[in-house]
Design a protein around this ligand. Structure first.
Ligand code: GCO
Ligand code: MN
Ligand code: MN
Length: 389
């Protein structure tokens, strides 16, 4: 594809996980369709398609049974590949779901040894990420859930999760790693039910931690859509709380298995509002794509997939700019603003003012009489998205 204004640049902060471009297309019904992509090759591929960074789980890079010298050699080679290709590592994470030992959870397992092992594995993954300068550490508790609630009280699981998180925060601080933890919610898959099903659930949980200031969230499009929720609303709540530490971009049709589709390939309008929000508020973290190519693709197709994620993001960013500058939309927004003087209808609570609010007469009928023109506003949005405006 020739260079154009939708060509990704480092300042766009597009990142991919090793597990995303390295995804081999295995699913519950069929085996791998693509050969293993060595991490060093993945870095080359990401540089070729114009990405800014690469993220990894501990075992995407270092096999779980690697000896210390093997580990160090892998780290050296990977570092050299990143430097050579101008690729950075903004985020690291830990795999607490693949190995059979995690079959009943990691931090929430009923077995105290499994819980301790999970924290140990995470600390080592933090050491690994820190060697590459990662400043965000994502925690996704894929196995922290149940098939039957007979196995433990769910509030006990929350307490165990808190204990692990508090410990890991102290570890990060004691090592001066400067990590911000980003907790990633998902309603289900691989467990029948996962304890922290939504971004909102994590936002509430974070306030109960010892070091809430270094813990935020990593909302994922697919995870919100799986439960039929609005990703942009989840992101907005996280942003407003100062907790949007990372984001996982992909796509997902609600009500289906976890699809991890190319960003914006299923719900274009939802993706538009999301990109517009991120750009409007000036989110300056990574735009991380946690998705993978169709099972029909070879590695040329994986590049098409990766380029597509970034290209669509940049097109939607341009559409958002067009939306913000559209004079008809601007005048509609000005009308909306006119009816919302100073943003606040109430001001600060004062007894006297509350008494006058209680006494005030509102003309309900006239307040409900005027059409709001949101149909027109949305159609203008559609016209922009479809390129006829
Ligand atoms: C999934 C999750 C994972 C996490 C990753 C980072 O549905 O499998 O999205 O891909 O994002 O493990 O911790
Ligand atoms: Mn996911
Ligand atoms: Mn994810």
């Amino acid at each position: 594809m020739a260079e154009d204004k939708y060509t990704p640049k480092p300042e766009h902060k597009f990142t991919f996980g090793l597990w995303t471009v390295g995804n081999r297309g295995r699913d519950p019904f069929g085996d791998a369709v693509r050969p293993t992509l060595p991490p060093v090759e993945a870095v080359r591929m990401l540089a070729e398609v114009g990405a800014y960074g690469v993220n990894f789980h501990d075992n995407d890079l270092v096999p779980i049974d690697a000896t210390p010298p093997e580990r160090d050699q892998i780290v050296r080679d990977f570092k050299a590949a990143c430097e050579e290709n101008g690729i950075v590592v903004p985020m690291a994470t830990v795999n607490l779901f693949y190995e059979p030992v995690f079959r009943d959870g990691a931090f929430t397992s009923n077995d105290a040894s499994v819980r301790a092992y999970s924290v140990q594995k995470t600390m080592r993954a933090m050491d690994l990420g820190a060697e590459f300068g990662a400043k965000v550490f994502v925690l996704w508790g894929g196995r922290e859930g149940v098939e039957t609630d007979g196995c433990r009280r769910p509030d006990e699981a929350i307490k165990r999760l808190r204990e692990a998180l508090n410990y890991l925060c102290e570890y990060s601080l004691s090592q001066n790693y400067g990590y911000k933890f980003a907790l990633e919610a998902k309603p289900n898959e691989p467990r029948a039910d996962i304890y922290m099903p939504t971004t909102g659930a994590y936002l509430a949980f974070i306030t109960t931690l010892d070091r809430p200031e270094i813990v935020g969230v990593n909302p994922e499009v697919a995870h919100e859509h799986m439960s039929g929720l609005n990703m942009t609303h989840a992101v907005a709540q996280a942003w407003e709380a100062g907790k949007l530490f990372h984001i996982d971009l992909n796509d997902q049709v609600p009500g289906r298995y976890d699809q991890d589709l190319r960003f914006a390939s299923a719900n274009l309008k939802a993706a538009f509002w999301l990109v517009k929000f991120l750009e409007d508020v000036g989110y300056d973290g990574s735009r991380h794509f946690d998705a993978h190519a169709y099972r029909t693709e070879d590695y040329e197709g994986v590049k098409d997939f990766a380029r597509g994620c970034m290209r669509t993001y940049l097109i939607l960013k341009e559409k958002a700019r067009q939306w913000n500058n559209d004079s008809e939309i601007k005048s509609m927004l000005a009308d909306i603003a006119k009816n919302n003087p100073n943003g606040s209808a109430l001001g600060k609570f004062e007894k006297g003012k509350a008494a006058s609010l209680l006494a005030k007469e509102f003309d309900r009928a006239s307040l409900a009489a005027k059409g709001l023109q949101y149909e027109q506003l949305d159609q203008l949005t559609i016209d922009i998205l479809l390129g006829v405006r």
